[in-house]
Design a protein around this ligand. Structure first.
Ligand SMILES: [Zn+2]
Ligand SMILES: [Zn+2]
Length: 375
């Protein structure tokens, strides 16, 4: 059934995408950054997924549009072509018309495993992100500003004031090394390689220094992140921004990974998808029952109502008042996304009861209790 739907949707892609503005489809501006594109796709594709909108053709059509727009705009090359020539620029070389479900599951699952190891990428940076338990319960966008090295705009990472000021080293012919020979005995000559001392092994000689970066090829610049902390994320889980760490003139930047560190909550503590809290009740309430309220992390007032006897340290369980379950791919990259998982799953809340005994009893009260329990 899903296959069939998938095929139907592919047909839609071909029809509906002609003449559509792909940026409009994702609801982003033309200068949107790659994290912004991802975020827009994540939000829209989850909302429009046919599993969540059974029988809704309009949603299925939009889902396919969103997937095909993402396929183009998330690919630097394709995006460039699209920006220059529009939809026509994408026609040559094919590549269009992928199953939107494939695009979807690649996005939500296994992305980490499928990524090829780039041979020379800068180091990744792991940034601890302090997040309250309430933020993990409700979800929150957290803006973070970070200072990093960026390739100098003036010299484009060459380090010279002008492009003409970079010359091939005459000493080594641009190889950075020289072959020298040495007599090691009668009739014996040994060849050996040395680093060129004129260019220091670089093969190039730069005769001027970039006035902006001082020849360092990079400057410092600030980058703004909009970290999307999603409902139910776990402590230690990471939100990744690819190629946003320090830039280099000669290789791609590493990734920035924001690692979630949860700050303690005054009422709730977390155990996986479950929550725990303590509740104090009086001895009388333990015997005759009680009605008590607490404010949950989304601001709702939740009522705990009991008519039966409650024992000290008893645990009362409220279903569906725990943490929302993080519904996307797990940290291990395993795809948890099956059709049913779009329904929001919620853990349970365990309330541990503390019965507060009175410090003293008056003679009258004692007599009252004796009579009560004499029955
Ligand atoms: Zn040289
Ligand atoms: Zn420069």
């Amino acid at each position: 059934m899903r296959r069939v739907l998938g095929l139907l949707v592919v047909v839609f892609v071909a029809i509906v995408c002609a003449g559509r503005d792909l940026y409009e489809v994702l609801g982003i501006s033309r200068d949107a950054s790659s994290p912004e594109i991802k975020k827009a796709f994540r939000k829209l594709s989850l909302k429009l997924h046919p599993d969540k909108n059974p029988g809704d053709d309009e949603a299925a059509k939009k889902f396919a549009e969103v997937a095909s727009a993402y396929e183009v705009l998330s690919d630097t090359e394709k995006r460039k072509k699209y920006d220059m020539y529009g939809e026509d620029g994408l026609k040559e070389g094919g590549g269009g018309g992928h199953d939107p479900f494939d695009i979807f599951s690649q996005f939500f699952g296994g992305g980490r495993q499928q990524r090829q190891q780039e041979p020379s990428r800068g180091n990744d940076v792991v940034v601890p992100l302090r997040v309250s338990l309430a933020d993990l319960y409700n979800g929150k966008n957290i803006p973070v500003s970070m200072r990093r090295k960026v390739v100098c705009q003036h010299c484009h990472g060459k380090g010279a004031a002008h492009a003409d000021d970079i010359q091939t080293c005459h000493e080594c012919g641009g190889h950075g090394v020289k072959i020298e020979t040495r007599r090691v005995g009668p009739g014996f000559i040994q060849q050996f390689q040395t680093t060129c001392n004129k260019c220091g092994g670089k093969g190039k000689i730069i005769t001027s220094t970039c006035p902006v970066c001082g020849g360092h090829k990079t400057n410092f610049g600030d980058v703004e992140f909009d970290v999307d902390v999603e409902k139910g994320m776990q402590d230690g889980q990471e939100v990744e921004f690819e190629h946003y760490a320090d830039e280099f003139a000669d290789r791609s930047a590493g990734h920035v990974r924001f690692r979630i560190t949860t700050t303690p909550h005054e009422l709730f503590s977390r155990d996986g998808d479950d929550l725990w809290m303590d509740m104090n009740i009086s001895l009388k309430e333990a015997l005759v029952g009680f009605k008590k309220n607490f404010v949950h992390m989304d601001g709702r007032i939740v009522e705990v109502n009991r008519n039966e006897i409650t024992e000290p340290s008893q645990v009362i369980t409220l279903k569906d008042e725990g943490m929302p379950k993080y519904q996307y791919a797990s940290e291990k990259g395993k795809n948890y996304f099956t059709s049913r998982l779009l329904i929001l799953c919620i853990g349970q809340l365990n309330i541990k009861i503390n019965v507060q005994f009175p410090d003293t009893l008056s003679a009258e009260q004692k007599q009252g209790f004796r009579e009560l329990f004499a029955m």
